[in-house]
Write a protein that binds this ligand. Structure first.
Ligand SMILES: [Zn+2]
Ligand SMILES: [Zn+2]
Length: 96
């Protein structure tokens, strides 16, 4: 899988997530937290090994890939979300 830099944060804990090979994505390291992020689905929880409905659906306006959280702002509008697509045209505009 592709390694992302900066790494995604868990939207529930603001923890830096760790690579999770099971879902070829990132998982929250917090005890009892099953939040996972993949480019295909975005953020979702895993209960009993089963993917649950996505937590939020934020897609890149340019390439439609699911964005990931890299920094919490003072309020939700100031949160910073990145597009994981290296070829994305938005990289040149306002992201990164
Ligand atoms: Zn978490
Ligand atoms: Zn994009």
């Amino acid at each position: 899988m592709k390694h992302l830099a900066p790494v995604p944060l868990c939207p529930s804990h603001n923890d830096r997530m760790k690579v999770n090979p099971t879902f070829t994505g990132y998982a929250c390291p917090s005890d009892g937290c099953t939040v996972t992020y993949t480019e295909e689905v975005g953020y979702f929880r895993v209960v009993g090994g089963v993917k649950q409905r996505p937590l939020n659906v934020r897609r890149c306006s340019k390439c439609a890939v699911h964005l990931y959280l890299v920094q919490r702002g003072e309020n939700r509008l100031d949160d910073i979300w990145l597009c994981p697509n290296k070829e994305c045209p938005a990289k040149r505009l306002h992201l990164v």
